[in-house]
Design a protein around this ligand. Structure first.
Ligand SMILES: *Cc1c(COP(=O)(O)O)cnc(C)c1O
Length: 215
């Protein structure tokens, strides 16, 4: 089942699109099946859940944090994760930088953008992203790679499309205004929306249900 689903997905994805298997609630056995079928990056939402799985699976794969990170979990997070996709404040970045420095590690990060400006959503409002990018320049143990967005919660994929498009525009605008070699990841799209996200410029997609089945 998992192998078959992945075969279909890999056949669709051009090689330049990075697949992150979103594995919250999935067992290590399910994740192992995904790895055997070619998955090289897994995305977890919660630090404690990720830690349990990391102790079994280890660093054979790239670990992405795709859920909100609380500052008091930053110390464990920098040990497990290769990339934190959900940085949304200078305060969180400062803690991540400090904890990474203690491990002599440079950790990859993305800024999470609240692209639909939803009041209840995490992430940085689009108009504040450029400023945060500038501020993050002081941190020596963070490597800013690009942007991540969820888009609005909607069953209508066409309603999500403009927010993916806007996030891509923001991504390109920052690439021009604050050039960096490291700035090359745009994480957008889940099981229902990844095809649209790729059309709109995503080069990283986070897929759970379409790989593992319904949660
Ligand atoms: C769960 C989750 C996904 C994957 O969602 P599916 O609809 O199961 O593909 C992607 N991104 C984030 C941030 C998630 O929490």
């Amino acid at each position: 089942m998992i192998a078959q689903n992945l075969k279909k997905i890999f056949a669709q994805l051009k090689p330049e699109i990075k697949l992150v298997a979103a594995s919250k609630t999935r067992t290590t056995e399910e994740i192992e099946q995904a790895i055997a079928a070619g998955v090289t990056s897994i995305g977890e939402n919660y630090v404690q859940e990720a830690l349990k799985k990391y102790e079994v699976i280890g660093s054979r794969v790239n670990w992405h944090l795709i859920g909100h990170l609380q500052k008091n979990k930053a110390k464990i997070a920098v040990k497990i994760f290769d990339i934190i996709e959900t940085v949304d404040s200078i305060a969180l970045a400062a803690v991540l930088d400090k904890e990474s420095a203690k491990l002599s590690k440079v950790i990859d990060i993305l800024i999470e953008v609240n692209s639909a400006k939803e009041p209840a959503k995490r992430g940085v409002l689009p108009q504040n992203v450029e400023e945060l990018v500038r501020e993050l320049g002081v941190f020596k143990n963070l490597r800013l790679r690009g942007l991540m967005t969820m888009g609005p919660l909607s069953q209508d994929m066409q309603a999500i499309r403009p927010y993916f498009r806007k996030t891509k525009e923001l991504f390109e605008s920052i690439k021009t205004s604050q050039p960096s070699r490291d700035w090359n990841l745009l994480s957008m799209g889940m099981s229902d929306s990844y095809e649209i996200a790729i059309v709109e410029g995503a080069n990283m997609v986070r897929i759970g249900t379409a790989i593992f089945g319904p949660r």
